[in-house]
Design a protein. Sequence first.
Length: 256
Amino acid sequence: MNVLWIFAHPESRSFGGSLRDEGVRALREQGAEVRESDLYAMKWNPVVDADDFGSAAGSDRLFVGPTSKTALLTGELSADIRAEHEKLAWADTVIVQFPLWWYGMPAILKGWFDRVFVKGFAYGVQRPDGRTARYGEGALAGKRAMVVLTTGTSQAAIGPRGINGEVSEILFPLQHGALWYTGMSVLPPLTICGADRASAEQYDVAAEALRERLRTLSTQDPIPFRHQNGGDYDDNLVLRDDLAPGRRGMGVHLDV
Ligand SMILES: Cc1cc2nc3c(=O)[nH]c(=O)nc-3n(C[C@H](O)[C@H](O)[C@H](O)COP(=O)(O)O)c2cc1C
């Protein structure tokens, strides 16, 4: 197993940093190859700029219509992005670990996706029948991904009727909109709640939960997101009326 562990936390001696160390160690002990993208340690630049877009050069016109906003096509991707592509291409499994910050991922991690998941590498692949391969198929199909999340809030408060909303909804943009969109199979996340106030004993429980999830990475069932091209959606990519009838929201995109 080739695992890329993406870690977004400014402090390696934090709860999350300790979990990362534990996870990488456990994977290596079970024989996996592990490479890391420790975004703060790498001083990752999270900001997409005009060069990344590669479309402004040579033109002083205002927007006049659709353009291909991908530097990949012009061969201008910067070295830091190409290095991440090389790691992703190598990996069969991707761990994305971060603390929940304002209901989302830290900006440095969002900026990793913004700059690394470019058209031609992560999406924009055409199927032989002319349809676009995405949501369950596409450039990164065949890889497995798992989110490892720590939160300040308690498990109950991020549960079905908790004030934060559910983890599955908070993670929908990442798990469905980025990982599944690009074709990866998304394993259920490991969420460690109440990490701010965790005791040493609670850390040990979290570390064991992580080790257990890592032991079974290749056998766990992924989240059953619906495939875009599996017949569940109409030509406008709207779920058919007879599926999840009367329901709406993110949960309808699960085939359960
Ligand atoms: C900028 C910031 C925003 C945060 N937003 C949330 C949040 O929306 N929900 C939540 O449960 N915890 C939130 N927290 C708490 C962190 O998730 C928590 O401190 C972290 O997961 C604990 O792990 P650590 O000790 O490794 O940082 C936030 C913390 C910071 C610093």
